[in-house]
Design a protein around this ligand. Structure first.
Ligand code: SF4
Length: 314
């Protein structure tokens, strides 16, 4: 079984099939991807200023098992939280893989990169008695890689570690390296489908179409608002005044109108629910300006940023 790019994009499109990618990895599809990905470049995953939430989010995929995805499909060779080795052995292994696969591996960066004090706020190990800063690792490994995937809003735009007053001077991946293709997959955390779908696309068909924030268009073209289950409430001017009320949550601080992601269609936790459906306003965690530009989180965005109501368009 061979998947065409068109078929794969259809699998990724929540609006087309109404299911998450993780649920779509039926054995035949896994087999096809595994075969296609055989001999493809390995993945090295490093972590910086963050809470490992994007790793945890990825580990929450149920179907197929995450081990199947990580070991068979995406060939994950280095991940500080998941691998057995640690300390000097891990650094040695990192050096060996990056040398062996030079210019032929993908680097995943999870977490922001502290640049203050020459990067010493965040180190990932030591070599010859000298600390290796994350800043140094991202630049060094990034320069040797085929492409860098910045995973989670901390890595894509600085996220919470770069919120004011940002004492560690945390930065995004694109602010510290240049000259290397970068794919941004935001989210706090990012959805497992966004990562797996992007990486499989990269392995099978090359870098997917990206928007001007370097995000894969297939996942981040629409705003949350456009596909929200409360959309008709918004159009009818029915707004929740307090948590638990029926109605659109914009007056309670929902940032869905200024946030691009397919959360309402893809849903979370194996498609159980998503923020707005659970009664919580979208906090704009996929927005480039999260968290400073979408704060206070539970205060309505200025009315000039509200989308037009359809009833008002006639
Ligand atoms: S403002 Fe928020 S709750 Fe209201 S329709 Fe848009 S996304 Fe949904």
């Amino acid at each position: 079984m061979r998947l065409t790019r068109r078929e794969f994009l259809k699998l990724c499109s929540a609006s087309a099939i109404g299911m998450g990618i993780s649920q779509l990895f039926i054995p035949e599809v896994v087999e096809a991807l595994e075969e296609a990905a055989r001999g493809k470049p390995p993945v090295i995953w490093i972590q910086g200023a963050g809470d490992s939430g994007c790793s945890v989010s990825l580990l929450n995929t149920c179907h197929p098992s995450i081990a199947e995805v990580l070991l068979k499909i995406i060939s994950l060779h280095y991940h500080p939280t998941l691998m057995a080795s640690a300390g000097d052995l891990a650094v040695l292994y990192l050096d060996v893989i990056s040398k062996k696969a030079k210019r032929n591996f993908f680097l995943v960066v999870e977490g922001a990169i502290p640049t203050g004090a020459e990067g010493r706020f965040c180190t990932i190990g030591a070599r010859n008695g000298r600390h290796i800063t994350l800043l140094e690792a991202v630049r060094d490994l990034g320069a040797k890689s085929k492409a860098v995937i910045a995973l989670g809003t901390c890595a894509t735009h600085g996220g919470i570690p770069s919120a004011k007053p940002n004492p560690t001077e945390a930065r995004s991946v694109k602010e510290v390296i240049e000259g290397i293709p970068i794919i941004n997959i935001p989210g706090c955390p990012s959805h497992p489908d966004w990562f797996v779908g992007t990486l499989v696309h990269v392995l099978l068909f090359g870098i997917p179409d990206l928007d001007n924030e370097l995000r894969p268009k297939i996942f981040f073209s629409d705003t949350v608002h456009q596909n929200c289950s409360n959309y008709s409430y918004f159009n009818n001017g029915e707004f929740a005044k307090k948590f638990g009320d029926k109605g659109c949550l914009i007056q309670l601080g929902c940032k869905g109108a200024i946030t691009n992601s397919d959360c309402p269609l893809r849903r979370w936790n194996s498609r159980v629910s998503w923020c707005v459906e659970s009664g919580a306003p979208c906090i704009g965690c996929c927005s480039p300006g999260f968290p400073d530009l979408v704060s206070p989180l539970y205060t309505a965005i200025p009315e000039k940023l509200w989308p037009e109501r359809e009833s008002a368009l006639v």
